[in-house]
Each structure stands twice: as structure tokens, then as C-alpha cells.
Ligand binder design. Structure first.
Ligand code: HEC
Length: 194
């Protein structure tokens, strides 16, 4: 931003006439560098670079089972989300499918969205939980515990079997019940953009 602004200033104000006019308030050249800060180290970048996309790119090593996840959930999540993920007001319900997996959210505005009836990608669970949960102790779960609690939540939502193991390979392969309800937004702008 600074560089662009200073380039524009040179173009519009840099000719001799403008300089001689000595106009008050003419933009000053910004220095090329301010001499503050330093390049982030690879370790620092790695610590921040934690996003996981829908395809599962960015998932870390590690794994966890449904049984292990049940323990993580009881210890770190149930106090807010209920023992079986049923939700405790105002903390959201995480578990529950709608009979026939009907997607009635447009017509029934009171229908409660859960992981099982709404979320299109299982991989989002990793990204979200690692960033945002447990809400009262952020960043305390290991990767193994995160995979495990996801295995538990997917099992509670009747999406994976009791012996499921979640890791960087199995999690992206999970087919979420509502995946087909979502389409990519491929609008290019212009007349088609609403
Ligand atoms: C201190 C209370 C608290 C604890 C503990 C907690 N959560 Fe949450 N959780 C919340 C609240 C509040 C929200 C809603 C946040 C929002 O919508 O911004 C939420 C939202 C979520 C969501 C998103 C629900 C949705 O469909 O939008 C997931 C998934 C989730 N929590 C998982 C977990 C897991 C897994 C744990 C344990 C590792 C956990 N939470 C522990 C309070 C908590």
C-alpha cells in the first residue's frame, strides 16, 4: 500500500512545475523501507499456517479413534455441548440428523443445524475445532485429540462406524450427508453477479 501510494505521488506531483509551485500539502515521498520489523522465521510461519481446506490439505499428522474421542469430548466439550452433543443453551447442538436427511432449512427456520444435518465437509471440523474449541481453553487439544473428538462427533452423527480412525487420509474421505446440498459459487462478476 505504501509503495503504491508513493508511486502515485511521484507520477502526479513529481514534475518540476508542481515542485516549484511549492503547493502546501503535496504528498511526501514515503521511504522505501521504514526500518522496522523483520522477516518471519519459517517456524513462526508454520505456527500460524494452520488452515485446513475442504480437500483436507493442511491436515497435520496424527490420528484418533471414536473411543478416544469420547474421552476427549467428556473432558473438554460436554460441559458446554452436553454429554452426547445435544447442546446446552446457548451452546449449540452438534449432533442430530433429520429423518431422510431432508434439508428443510429454507422452509423451517427453527430447524437446528448440526454437523450431521448441515456441514458439507468433515475436514472443516479439524480447521474449526483446532482454531476455536474448546472455547474456554483454546489451543489445548493435540492433533491426536482433535482427530479423536472428530471421530466421536462423526460417529454420534451416525456418519462413521464405531471402529473409525480419523487421520489426514480418512477424514477427507468421509462423505457428509448434506454434501450434495451445496454447489460451488462460480459466478464471475458482471451481469451474472447478484
Ligand atoms: C465454554 C463452552 C464451550 C466448550 C468447552 C466447547 N465449546 Fe464448542 N462451542 C461453544 C459455543 C458458544 C459455540 C458457538 C460459537 C459460535 O457460533 O461462534 C461452539 C461451537 C462449536 C462448534 C460449531 C457448531 C456449529 O455447527 O456451528 C463445534 C463443532 C464445536 N463447538 C465443537 C466443540 C468441541 C469438539 C469441543 C471440545 C473439544 C468444544 N466445542 C468445547 C462453546 C463451547
Amino acid at each position: 500500500m505504501v509503495m503504491i501510494a508513493s508511486t502515485l505521488a511521484c507520477t502526479t506531483q513529481g514534475d518540476d512545475a508542481a515542485a516549484r509551485s511549492g503547493s502546501v500539502g503535496a504528498p511526501q515521498h514515503a521511504p522505501e523501507r521504514y526500518g522496522v520489523g523483520r522477516s518471519a522465521t519459517p517456524t513462526e510461519i508454520t505456527a500460524w499456517d494452520i488452515d485446513v481446506n475442504a480437500k483436507g490439505e493442511g491436515l497435520p499428522p496424527g490420528e484418533g479413534t471414536v473411543a478416544q474421542g469420547a474421552m476427549v469430548f467428556a473432558k473438554s466439550c460436554a460441559s458446554c455441548h452436553g454429554a452426547a452433543g445435544e447442546g446446552i443453551t446457548p451452546n449449540p447442538r452438534l449432533v442430530g440428523r433429520i429423518p431422510g436427511d431432508s434439508f428443510l432449512f429454507a422452509t423451517d427456520l427453527k430447524a437446528v443445524k448440526t454437523i450431521g444435518n448441515y456441514w458439507p465437509y468433515a475436514t472443516t471440523l479439524f480447521d474449526y475445532i483446532r482454531r476455536a474449541m474448546p472455547q474456554n481453553a483454546l489451543g489445548t487439544l493435540t492433533s491426536n485429540e482433535t482427530y479423536a473428538v472428530i471421530a466421536f462427533l462423526l460417529h454420534e452423527n451416525a456418519i462413521v462406524p464405531t471402529d473409525a480412525v480419523m487421520n489426514a487420509t480418512t477424514l477427507p474421505a468421509v462423505q457428509m450427508p448434506s454434501r450434495h446440498r451445496f454447489v460451488m459459487d462460480d459466478r464471475q462478476g458482471g451481469a451474472r453477479f447478484k
